[in-house]
Design a protein around this ligand. Structure first.
Ligand code: ATP
Length: 144
């Protein structure tokens, strides 16, 4: 993956959220480099994404060796391991990636990510919870 195109996306953490983002991007025609430290997940996604690499994304040198600095877009799907999430965003920020997206599992986590260099912070559980609440109340009219 020596010279990714402008539309290529680096997706770090191929858990439920990250793998869903990665697969959707791949289906939309984007080159995707997936990175996860879990060998089983790397194996599982190897055939469906452009490239998948087993690595610890908290290490800036490792990311640089993988060519991460050449990407314009990165998505960090690490959530419950807050330390790994923050260190990964910091490493991407040190590589001057211009468009860093990161998932947060709480407001405090999100505030740290913004300070660490994430350009966009998303809260999948909170956002989906709100949406479902709206959908449920919207359907209540059907029962009147
Ligand atoms: P989800 O809900 O999306 O499944 P999660 O919020 O539970 O994920 P984690 O389990 O912390 O988040 O991380 C998601 C993925 O990120 C996992 O597959 C994990 O192996 C990977 N991951 C965690 N830390 C690192 C790291 N330092 N380098 C690379 N991958 C990592």
């Amino acid at each position: 993956f020596t010279s990714p195109g402008n539309n290529a996306v680096l997706v770090i953490g191929l858990g439920r959220f990250g793998s869903s983002v990665a697969l959707s991007l791949a289906r939309l025609g984007h080159e995707v480099l997936g990175i996860d430290r879990n060998a089983d997940l790397v194996h599982e996604w190897a055939e469906r994404l452009t490239h998948v690499v087993e690595a610890d994304a908290t290490n800036t040198d490792t990311l640089r060796r993988l060519g991460a600095a050449d990407f314009d877009h990165a998505v960090v799907g690490i959530g419950s391991d807050v330390e790994a999430s923050v260190l990964t965003v910091l490493a991407l920020s040190e590589l001057n990636i211009p468009d860093i997206w990161a998932k947060a599992i709480s407001d405090k986590h999100g505030r740290i990510l913004e300070r660490t260099g994430a350009h966009h912070v998303v809260y999948p559980e909170a956002t989906m919870g709100e949406r479902v609440a709206h959908l449920v109340t919207g359907k209540m009219i059907d029962f009147i």
